[in-house]
Design a protein around this ligand. Sequence first.
Ligand SMILES: *[C@@H]1O[C@H](CO)[C@@H](O)[C@H](O)[C@H]1NC(C)=O
Ligand SMILES: *[C@@H]1O[C@H](CO)[C@@H](O)[C@H](O)[C@H]1NC(C)=O
Length: 315
Amino acid sequence: MVSALFVFGYAAVFIVPVLSCRTKEYKANDGQCCPMCNEGTVVQRDCTAYSGTQCRSCDLGTFMNQPNGLYSCFPCTSCDTGHGLFVKQNCTATTDTVCDVLNGYHCKDLIESNGCSLAEKHSQCAAGQRIKEHGTSRTDTVCDVINGYYCRGLIESNGCSLAEKHSQCAAGQRIKEPGTSRSDTVCEDCQPGFFSKDGVNCTAWTICSESQIKVEEGSSTSDVVCGSASRHRYGFILSVVLFLIIVICLVITGFVKACKYHLTSLHVFSLCICIAPACNTKGKQAASALPRPVPIFLFNFPYHKLIIVFLSYLW
Ligand SMILES: *[C@@H]1O[C@H](CO)[C@@H](O)[C@H](O)[C@H]1NC(C)=O
Ligand SMILES: *[C@@H]1O[C@H](CO)[C@@H](O)[C@H](O)[C@H]1NC(C)=O
């Protein structure tokens, strides 16, 4: 019983204080609790039964920002100008260097005690994007896809990794879904009976009315072309009639001259259809002057007048 008490008492005296020193005390190398050194200093010699802890000041380029039982100071942080940092506050014995970011950079790793430890240049907005928010010393530039473009790449915190122009739908297609900032235009072929010239909308082919005829078939890129049916029909009949008259006239005048016949009634007929000069006296004289009169009408026939008459009837 006595020995048990002794063991407990031993443990209470020699082990418990070692497990946890009081605040402002630290556990020395030999296991006993010693008073801590103040900020700006570290332990030079642990305390003994007869003396307190011996402390020393931090050397230049080192600091200690808390009461401690440490044997060396912390090295001061250096601000890396190459990485967009500059010294905002020099290192002291009790405080670390405080770094801040240069213009055009933003902090990637902010630490309360010494400012920024890592900075990065502000992102540039890539092609097809514009600045939505300018970068600050704490935030990067935020980019936004401009109208007419969509993000094809990954959406990152500062915008899109790759933006591309919306596709244009081809002729014969329509825009099924307009492009957004996140998706490309969706195109769709025009259905049969519809056409699209510009690749925007499909329009139904024109239906020719009763009095019209289809002059040209429609396609996916062009409309049906209608024409006046009556005009064409009459024009066709007229031109056939005219053509026949001309042929007959040519045959007759040629025949008359070739045979040197003097068929007055046929001349009159020729005059009536405006090709009188073919049968005039000059032609006859020319015909008689030539040994072979058959091709005479070919020379002095007023073809130009014929063509004019023919065209005026057509149109
Ligand atoms: C830091 O100290 C250096 C000299 O050691 C001095 O040139 C500089 O201006 C100081 N910087 C600040 C922010 O106090
Ligand atoms: C195309 O059709 C849509 C409706 O379907 C309409 O809102 C738009 O104005 C049309 N665009 C053109 C160019 O005709």
